[in-house]
Design a protein. Sequence first.
Length: 299
Amino acid sequence: MIRIEASKYINAMDKANPPVETAKSGDIIQFVTKDCFGGQIQSEDQVMESLDWSEINPATGPLYVQDAKAGDVLKVEILDIEIADKGVMIDGGGEGVMGKLICEATTRILPIKDGKVIFNDKLAFPVNPMIGVIGTAPKGEGIPTGTPGDHGSNMDCTKIRKGATVYLPVNVEGALLAIGDLHALMGDGEVGVCGVETDGCVTVKITVLKDCKLPTPFIVDEKHAISVYSAETADEACEGATINMFKCLMNELKMTDHEAEMLLSVVGNVCICQIVDPEKTARMEVPMSVFEAYGYQFA
Ligand code: CA
Ligand code: ZN
């Protein structure tokens, strides 16, 4: 199995980044990842101002995938997510939804014990390990790993967890897949600007799809098919995710436009992924039973 260490990371998804490993379709790869602060926070005395922001959001990689050509889709099955025994959070300091209400920046290190995040002496929550950053190189200029987009990256989507499959666009030869920013737990919205940020290791299986018309980024899990969209505002992100799923229902299930729209209006759920990054991210979830009823199988 190919294993990429956390020391091999990028801070922008960029076609100019030299690949650190090469894999072929069907390979299983481990990405060892640093937390979104690049491991800079080791004590609660360290505040936001002391951080080197050029080292924020490291994504391990990039991985060059043989035979991945522009126009293909890279299928990434999340086989496993291991997380560390502690997580880091920051808040205030102008960041996040409450940034203007909480001037002072605070740092917390949260223990993770027996599968639970210890929040305080009254509250502990079961972990829900997820991947914040997973993406491929965009076609044009490089994009910092803090910014999500059509190429995936910092989508901060709680559905990108073990057992899910993520479909990403191949914009440049080799795709240049990179993964980072694991969260032990995060609420939809990520309103305070971070989840329980943790080091870890992600095991994925990659497959190059040559004739896949799914709107990317796209996620399939046990219960839902999910289109993901990032835009300048949450409104635009919600609309983009909805329209992508609308097109998917017509393309893949051959629904009429009226049928697809009505279906989305009755069983499609628009959900927020995050509203704190440079671009906001939303998703449209449709129950898997809809695709099953049509005998549709995801590639
Ligand atoms: Ca993130
Ligand atoms: Zn994060």
